[in-house]
Design a protein. Structure first.
Length: 427
């Protein structure tokens, strides 16, 4: 009966179109009032204490860094440098979009920020040079998803906090899947572009290439500052995020001159809106997760896994299907916060490496970002391209198929993800 009421309350609120933060909060309050001895007056205290976590401070700092790199011209210079190196290939401008997204993802850690920053410049350029608009939109929508895989990644920071796993190890584990994703996308673009005779612009001169590379160097130095600081042991992940925020402000103000001093407060305020929403979702989801744990549902799932004699492979097949379905209706942060408290005990019981599973979850979330009806990147890119949503979905469809291929490789070849963390940061 309790599970039925849980699904009825959660499903009804979701169908009414309430923001996920209120769906989680109201559901948690309802279930606590009905089935928990915890007084409701304790809920605000739990929400407040859930945010009093040092690693969690990395999220707003990374959001600030992303906002300043978007507004400060970093995307323009990264695209200029990538254009000089790869524009002469088949589908050159589409290749530029993918490479630029990979570079920008290594700066900002956000999928939407990556897609928006790169799409604003590359989609009009591709359409102007004869690329179909649906193809251009699909390329950038899919490539933007690499923002949550290539380190530093806000999604991996959040996963590390919830699963109590090493965030630096998670960052290392995301490197190879991020490169694989880029390689799969570039292979498809090369095949499609050769078939449709797209691209093949004149090769850039050495002087043009050197000039563009010089302009992009300050922006591209940011991931080296962040990751170099973390893996050298000089700073923690949170300190690296703060350093990234400060460095991005300095680059925007004093190197690219794209941001005025008087704009710093307003840009920071704009960054705090999504960061604040993420923190609000986290606080309500932790209340929900605490109630789930109190009911013993995770322990019951472990017992069910014992009774069914599930192997790790069987469980991962089920979880991949489950995550893909959830991804059609919920966004990344919500899925992580809802599912992880329930399935973490089962993962530990089955001996599934939590770093490996973190990458599996993020790959599924990448596919979710370009899957209707709630795929966030689809809506963002449709707005940028001034194209119907159906057109963007059509362009992104081949990349969804490539996403399934990556899910299979990452899920059933654990060492592909774990090779770098085991080599550089053994337990």
């Amino acid at each position: 009966m309790m599970i039925l009421i849980l699904f009825l309350v959660f499903g009804s609120l979701l169908c009414l179109g309430l923001p996920i933060v209120f769906v989680l909060g109201i559901t948690a309050l309802t279930m606590i009032a009905l089935y928990s001895p915890t007084p409701l007056i304790m809920v605000p205290e739990v929400m407040y204490n859930s945010l009093d976590t040092y690693p969690l401070m990395a999220i707003p700092f990374f959001v600030i860094a992303a906002q300043f790199m978007v507004r400060g011209g970093a995307s323009k210079y990264l695209i200029g440098a990538a254009n000089c190196y790869v524009r002469h290939f088949w589908g050159g401008l589409a290749v530029v979009a993918v490479v630029s997204c990979m570079l920008f993802a290594a700066i900002c850690g956000s999928s939407v920020a990556t897609a928006l920053a790169i799409g604003v410049i590359t989609i009009p350029a591709m359409v102007q040079h004869g690329y179909p608009r649906y193809f251009a939109s699909g390329v950038v929508a899919a490539s933007g998803t690499m923002g949550i895989m290539i380190p530093p990644s806000i999604a991996l920071v959040l996963y590390g906090i919830i699963a109590e796993e090493s965030i630096p190890r998670l960052f290392l584990a995301g490197v190879m899947p991020g490169i694989l994703e880029g390689a799969l996308y570039l292979s498809w673009i090369a095949w499609y572009s050769r078939r449709k005779k797209l691209g093949g612009a004149p090769r850039a001169s050495w002087s043009e290439t050197l000039r563009a590379t010089g302009k992009a160097t300050p922006a591209f130095s940011l991931p080296f500052i962040i990751l170099g600081g973390i893996y050298s042991g000089l700073v923690t992940v949170t300190e690296a995020a703060a350093l990234a925020a400060v460095t991005s402000i300095i680059i925007s103000l004093f190197i690219y001159w794209e941001v005025k001093l008087r704009e710093v407060i307003f840009i920071t305020a704009d960054a705090m809106k999504p960061a604040g929403m993420i923190m609000f979702i986290i606080s309500t989801a932790i209340v929900f997760g605490n109630w789930i744990t109190e009911t013993g549902i995770p322990a019951k799932l472990v017992n069910m896994a014992l009774e069914l004699k599930l192997t790790p492979i069987m469980f991962l097949i089920f979880i991949n299907i489950f995550l893909l379905i959830l991804g059609c209706f919920l966004e990344v942060v919500s899925i992580m916060l809802i599912t992880l408290p329930i399935i973490l005990p089962v993962l530990k019981h089955l001996g599934i490496d939590l770093v490996h599973f973190g990458i599996i979850m993020v790959v599924n979330m990448e596919v979710a970002l370009i899957t209707p009806p709630v795929g966030l990147n689809l809506f963002v890119i449709s707005g940028v391209a001034k194209a119907p949503l159906s057109e963007t979905i059509r362009g992104a469809f081949p990349f969804v198929i490539l996403g399934f291929i990556e899910i299979a490789i990452v899920t059933y070849w654990p060492q592909f993800c774990l090779f770098l963390p085991n080599l550089l940061m053994p337990r």
